[in-house]
Design a binder for this molecule. Structure first.
Ligand SMILES: [Zn+2]
Length: 248
């Protein structure tokens, strides 16, 4: 942190202490023009090294508070950088589109932990819809929304054009589960439904990975008014990092 050392009126650096303000901040007086002022504290921008570390940590299951402590930065600066970073996440999640792919689909409950009830949002459950390319293991699309047909439509829309035209989609579960939503949205000739989870084990496993890497981000972001927005963005960020690690 560095402080401003010149007078806001005349630019002179010749200032002396002159008591304190009502709020307890030290007041200064310019010896050249007699102007009284409070030094404004400003921060140096985060260094490239610091940004790199923060980026790596955001892709792990490390609490945001912990990142602030380790990197010795204030929370609002972390959030500002986080937003900058999340805005740079590509729409396609950095996945490479394959020809005639086999895609596994899953519709998973994003755990809403106890914090939801504290903010009176216990009813606001969000379901994560994921599509994972079986060959590359990359996540080709994700959607956060409700559990029914609308959620399935969201996932369908999020899929790259090539997948919508050519891919075969696999879902699994008991009939009373949500496969009906897929049926309503995914073309019958491209959709395979199995009662066993044999055909969706990669995506099921990936969902565990995601939970391990993302849950704390989700929990902490709840204390913010735009929580759903950050919730989705943080998932997209982790998924994109995962996809990039699989690029060849
Ligand atoms: Zn002055």
């Amino acid at each position: 942190m560095f402080q401003q050392h010149d007078c806001p009126a005349c630019g002179s650096t010749n200032a002396v202490k002159n008591g304190s303000t009502y709020y307890g901040k030290a007041r200064h007086k310019c010896k050249a023009c007699q102007r009284q002022f409070v030094f404004e504290r400003t921060h140096e921008p985060l260094s490239d090294e610091c940004k790199r570390r923060v980026e790596l940590m955001l892709a792990e299951r490390i609490s945001l508070d912990a990142i602030c402590r380790v990197m010795e930065i204030k929370q609002h600066r972390l959030y500002a950088y986080m937003d900058e970073l999340y805005d740079g996440v590509p729409d396609d999640l950095a996945c490479s589109v394959a020809e005639d792919a086999d895609v596994e689909l899953i519709n998973a409950d994003c755990e809403a932990d106890e914090l939801w009830s504290f903010v009176g949002r216990k009813t606001d459950k969000q379901w994560l819809w994921l599509a994972l390319d079986r060959r590359s293991r990359q996540v080709v699309a994700l959607h956060v929304g409700n559990r029914g047909e609308e959620g399935a439509k969201g996932l369908w829309r999020a899929l790259p054009e090539g997948y919508r035209r050519r891919a075969t989609f696999y879902t699994a579960g008991r009939p009373r589960d949500d496969w009906a939503a897929y049926k309503q949205v995914f073309p019958a000739d491209q959709h395979r439904f199995r009662k066993t989870k044999k055909d969706t084990n990669h995506v099921e496993r990936f969902f565990c990975t995601l939970r391990q890497r993302c849950s704390r981000l989700v929990r902490l972001s709840l204390s913010f008014s735009k929580e759903l927005d950050r919730h989705i963005k943080s998932i997209r960020f982790v998924v994109t990092n995962y996809n990039l690690s699989l690029q060849f």
